[in-house]
Design a protein around this ligand. Sequence first.
Ligand code: 5AD
Ligand code: SF4
Length: 448
Amino acid sequence: MNAAEYHGRLNPCAFVRTYGCQQNVADSEKIKGILLNMGYNLTNDESTADLILFNTCAVREHAEDRVFGNVGALKSRKKKNPKLIVAVCGCMPEEKHVVERLKKTFPFVDLVFGTRSFSHLESLLKRLYLEKRRVFEYGVEEKVVAEGLPIHRDGDLKAYLSIMYGCDNFCSYCIVPYTRGRERSRKYADVIKEAHSIVEGGYKEITLLGQNVNSYGKGLHEGISFPKLLNDIANINGDFWVRFMTSHPKDATRELIDFMAKNDKICNHIHLPFQSGSNRILSRMNRKYTREDYVEIVRYARCKIPNVSITSDIIVGFPGETYEDFCETLSLVKEIGFTALFTFIYSRRTGTKAASFPDPVPYSEKNKWFQQLLEVQKEKTSEYCESVQGEIMRVLVEKSADANGHLTARNEGNVVVDVEGDKDLIGKFVNVRIVGYKNWVLKGEVIN
Ligand code: 5AD
Ligand code: SF4
């Protein structure tokens, strides 16, 4: 039985909602590719869909609560239309307690599969069509990355390119090593082939993705390091940019910075999550670097690439963190001067090491620290915006911002630049002079 026969419609519609990180966005692009191949049309309208799929994130409790809320809201629709397929996939189904809850409390969820099963989506759906009972698949071990899956990219300007999956770092707060499994890299030839097809497709920006891109190649025995892969991709003929995320500070090498400095097509941007400025907390987080190591790699990057943009992730209120520890995070934020920060209040994840650590500080107190951090970063962002006034920089124009001729662009540092100009500029690189800013958005004038 195929999709049309099951749903009783020639072109049944599929709605895919993605939660969480870029890796999930990239996985969803493959899921969409598979669904299109199976005869589904993609729709942005959940209310008319024949198949609703949520690709989920488990990194914080808040994201999980949203998924449960949105899945719960489908109960009455499923009652009205028993042929509607409700699917939940991604990181949450890799957690035992989530699977149990889906099994017991959400009987109208038909299909549940984990992060290493999306390449099996077609056969899982076919099983569902035939057997007409709930299908669950999770905890699958993937030793070699599945290749050759169709991809339906969300945009036509910027492309994600996954180079590796999983994580072996086991930071004590993080669920990812449990939900995404052991690190595995795609073969060099497969990555390069996909990069060529992206460039040939006219994309202007490629973002290389991995939980820790600096570990690329481990276990492959191909002798290709991440900096070499990055450089080889940037050297493909064509006018495009390459960026990457995420880099673990313990593995960010001078070699990586040197390649970035030498190759103009590699964006002068490094997302380098430091999580905490306190060495005591970094050690309890199992991060395997010190504040001093972090400052040193940033110093080297700034020395080799003076205009490098550094962004970071921070966790506030890790179990056992004191106000003094938090103040060390604040002081590192002041010392480094990040162009942007992604800040999170610690969320307890069942199964991780930190879940068993005493956590005496109340949430309301952590929230006060968090607000303090946002204030400091606001000042730092303004300082950055002030420092680039009058500069000429290359930006990639992404889309219209409004009906009055404002366009949204981004610079190499991934900072948003508002540009006035014709819609023809969308999809192009242009040089702009920075002539102002508002909040975290720079204002640029096109120069010829
Ligand atoms: N609580 C809060 N933030 C977390 N992150 C990862 N796990 C947790 C957690 N349990 C944050 C880290 C990571 C980013 C992707 O999410 O800062 O770098
Ligand atoms: Fe989580 Fe640490 Fe792996 Fe990042 S490096 S995914 S924070 S365990």
